[in-house]
Ligand binder design. Structure first.
Ligand code: 2P0
Length: 348
């Protein structure tokens, strides 16, 4: 497994220089899901979650301080951001400014290589890269834990993309400022496991219900939410043990049951949130058949219809071919464990 502590290279801007920094981060896919916040403003989850950072779909983000600006300027894939996307980034930059004791506005240029808002974790790579670049541009030097906490405030799953390989995000206890300090991700060892994740993109369009709204509705109305959250604690303990011994079969079984349980909580929400489409179910059926054929293959789905299939690297081409056959209208790619967030250039 490639796992790096990426954050020790953050440098303070040199005196008198125009600060600016470029950071890159990769998305992550949760094997134990984060679904539901106990504090919306601080982005504190109800449950711990555990993920694998990918080696595909990086986000690259450039942040520089604007000498003249009266407001933040944000470019998303080259186009000016507006509405909710701009608001979320500005609120995040306000937090960084508060930490840095600065009132200066920023120019943010961020480029995703993954479809935005399609349940492919663009907000995880996006806010991890933004946290690292903005912290450096404003002259902060957070350690990895502080950076994970900061990224969490942008988007919960971003707390995990600070780290490469496998990462565990602690929900932490309590509420308020104390809880804020205790909710961060850290790398976990994977017992030498180096799996592939075959990603079946059956629909790359934006989702009808944002994950933020879907979580809110699930926590507020689904009678299955609390039982799932309780079961997820056991899943996490089992997952850590399975990862520790590098047991792909157990890791896959636990990941699949945890994801299906999460979707069950949404289906029981009022009104229901259903991200899974007919093509999703077709791929799930194919994954079951792969197992019947003796291939270790296990599915997980996030806030969208796309399916990620965990398998051995040696089986990944066979799994990809099977999934491609099952969903010929979609696209399929093979990912592996990827690196943590890192700075490409530091303040000049
Ligand atoms: C996860 N997902 O653990 C879960 C599983 C989707 C399904 O984290 O509201 O974009 O910004 O904290 O991180 C997607 O939610 O939500 C997500 P916010 P986020 O990966």
């Amino acid at each position: 497994m490639r796992s790096e502590n990426p954050v020790t290279t953050v440098l303070l801007p040199k005196d008198g220089a125009a600060p600016g920094a470029v950071a890159v981060a990769h998305p992550n896919i949760a094997l134990i899901k984060y679904w539901g916040k106990r504090d919306e403003r601080l982005v504190l989850p109800w449950t711990d979650s555990l993920s694998m950072t990918l080696d595909v779909f990086p986000t690259t983000t450039h942040v520089r301080l604007d000498p003249a600006g009266g407001q933040d300027t944000v470019l998303l894939n080259g186009a000016p951001a507006a509405g909710e996307a701009l608001r979320r980034i500005t609120v995040f930059l306000d937090l960084v400014r508060e930490m840095a004791g600065s009132a200066r506005r920023a120019v943010v240029d961020t480029r995703n290589t993954v479809p935005t808002g399609a349940g492919l974790a663009s907000s995880a790579s996006g806010f991890a890269a933004l946290a690292l670049a903005a912290a450096a541009a404003y002259g902060l030097a957070p350690d990895a834990t502080a950076l994970s906490r900061l990224a969490r405030r942008g988007s919960g799953s971003a707390s995990r993309s600070i780290f490469g390989g496998f990462a565990l995000w602690h929900a932490g206890p309590g509420t308020g400022a104390d809880a804020d300090a205790c909710s961060y991700a850290e790398p976990v060892s994977s017992g030498g496991l180096d799996p592939a994740l075959v990603i079946a993109v059956v629909n790359a369009g934006p989702k009808a219900v944002s994950s933020r709204e879907a979580m809110r509705r699930t926590v507020g109305t689904s009678p299955l939410f609390r039982p799932w959250a309780a079961a997820s604690k056991d899943d996490l303990a089992d997952m850590r043990a399975a990862l520790g011994r590098g047991d792909l079969e157990a890791v896959g079984e636990i990941a699949e049951r945890n994801a299906l349980g999460m979707h069950a909580t949404m289906l029981a929400a009022r009104p229901a949130v259903r991200y899974l489409s007919p093509a999703t179910v077709t791929v799930l059926d194919r994954v079951l058949r792969l197992r019947a054929e003796g291939v270790l293959a296990y599915a997980t789905m996030d806030a969208g219809p796309n399916v990620k299939v965990l398998c051995r690297r040696a089986d990944s081409e066979r799994v990809a071919a099977a999934v491609r056959d099952a969903a010929p209208q979609g696209s399929v790619l093979i990912a592996g464990p990827g690196p943590g967030a890192r700075l490409l250039s530091e303040p000049a």
